[in-house]
Write a protein that binds this ligand. Sequence first.
Ligand SMILES: NC(=O)c1ccc[n+]([C@@H]2O[C@H](COP(=O)([O-])OP(=O)(O)OC[C@H]3O[C@@H](n4cnc5c(N)ncnc54)[C@H](OP(=O)(O)O)[C@@H]3O)[C@@H](O)[C@H]2O)c1
Length: 317
Amino acid sequence: MKRKTQAERIRRREFIHRSATFAAGTLLLGSGSPELFGTANSKRPGAITSIETITLNNGIKMPILGFGTVYLNDDLGVRCVADAISVGYRLIDTATVYGNEASVGGGIKKSGINREELFVTSKVWVDDSGYEKAKKAFQTSLDKLGLDYLDLYLIHRPRGDVQGSWKAMEDLYNEGRIRAIGVSNFESNHLDELMSYANIKPAVNQIETHAFFQQENANIALKQYGIQQEAWSPLAQGRNGHFTNETLAAIGKKYNKNNAQVSLRWHYQRGIVAIPRSSQKAHMLENLNIFDFELDESDMHTIASLDLNITQFPEWE
Ligand SMILES: NC(=O)c1ccc[n+]([C@@H]2O[C@H](COP(=O)([O-])OP(=O)(O)OC[C@H]3O[C@@H](n4cnc5c(N)ncnc54)[C@H](OP(=O)(O)O)[C@@H]3O)[C@@H](O)[C@H]2O)c1
């Protein structure tokens, strides 16, 4: 194995120190539970003070519920990200291709939160695939976000020079510049191929998952791989009548919850990280307010029956 340079060793040490501080911050929460992710900063009326975490296959903790930012650009993005952090979100999901990393960074700055309290994800786009391009794209993302490391960096789609991008991400991970690396929109064949050359297994696969496309097979496969599933469009962007769906509404009525909350609770009970987006503070709060009720077996079974087992976003295929 290549010997680490002095600079690399220092960077790695600093990174380990930062990770330890981050873990300690998690432990020092009011509840005393190491499985919660939150901060005193979120102790405002209506704000949730902590969000449960899952542990990724490299030991890093990730909030099980986060905030999506696609289409939240410019001033809207700054405002929404700052609002989301103020009500308690700690996982923020962005991507180069959303064109909003600077806005996300602006929102983080505006929130005044300590960097260590956040879990920030970005993704390398297809046009930037390959070793050199992916490394450059990563630095550009950091610069736009105004950050000096990412918590999670994903290959956005399994296209282009995936092997080169993965090698770049492995190197950045080993240098301590990313806390976890993963993929998005990968199917089993893509994962098998990646695993044939990878030195580091992906920690996360972010895939379309919602009531109408439940990804049951992927869920089983990802558990076997030891890769955490993360749901994009966890509310199906409201498509297929999600927010007025009568089955979800009937279940919600029992617990005084709306369709979005029932869906997000369902993701949570499946052990899937969800990253709902909203431009409205009231919705941001509703979407966090899912930890005070439990869907029973028959509810889970009923929601399973809504599966159409087909993408609701054919235009993105
Ligand atoms: N990796 C990938 O390829 C990929 C693809 C797509 C998305 N993503 C990520 O996943 C995130 C989430 O997906 P998404 O943004 O496509 O869709 P989504 O989160 O499923 O749905 C967002 C829509 O739901 C509405 N909404 C949110 N909460 C609501 C509530 N409580 N009641 C009623 N309406 C509500 C929002 O409207 P309001 O603004 O009015 O609340 C918005 O129109 C993205 O933002 C992005 O970060 C990744």
